[in-house]
Design a protein around this ligand. Structure first.
Ligand SMILES: [Zn+2]
Length: 165
């Protein structure tokens, strides 16, 4: 599985372009649809995943759904992943875990050395704590691709995560 990052919008959202066996999914098309479409040129886009419905993660969603004729967060053939409910930053926050590759796309839930804000409308710190509890038993070498900033792994984040629970 190949993971490319296309940073979009003024909040530099990580839009991930994930390709496996000549099929591609787009995760969090936050802004700049033309830039994402250009990045996906020649690729067979079969699905779109969205971690949560904040504007900086869905800004380009309508254009991409119509361009590729797919609806976001509906089942995607050819990829095996688990959708994990990880509310806290927002009540609809999801994380996507790809067990074969041991990779988590965490949106604004887990960032490098920190977590997402819990002081926004729709945030809930208690739910954030429960979401963290869910994740700490995942494999320590699990790679984490967050919605902003650089990638990390669970082992690296555990000491930080445990401070919040
Ligand atoms: Zn957010």
């Amino acid at each position: 599985m190949k993971i490319e990052t296309c940073k979009v919008g003024y909040l530099k959202t990580n839009c991930y372009i994930v390709t496996k066996n000549n099929q591609t999914i787009i995760i969090d098309p936050g802004a700049e649809p033309d830039k994402i479409i250009k990045h996906c040129e020649g690729k067979n886009v079969v699905g779109i995943l969205v971690t949560h419905h904040h504007f900086d993660h869905i800004g380009a969603l309508p254009e991409l759904e119509s361009r590729y004729q797919v609806k976001h967060n509906t089942p995607i053939k050819g990829f095996s992943y688990k959708t994990i409910q990880t509310p806290g930053h927002l009540d609809d926050s999801l994380s996507f875990y790809f067990p074969e590759e041991n990779i988590l796309f965490s949106g604004d839930f887990i960032f490098y050395h920190t977590i997402g804000r819990c002081d926004l409308p729709g945030s809930d710190y208690k739910k954030m704590q429960e979401s963290i509890q869910k994740m700490i038993h995942y494999p320590k070498d699990m790679k984490i691709y967050p919605g902003h900033g650089k990638e990390t792994n669970l082992k690296e984040e555990l000491p930080y995560l445990k401070e919040y629970i």
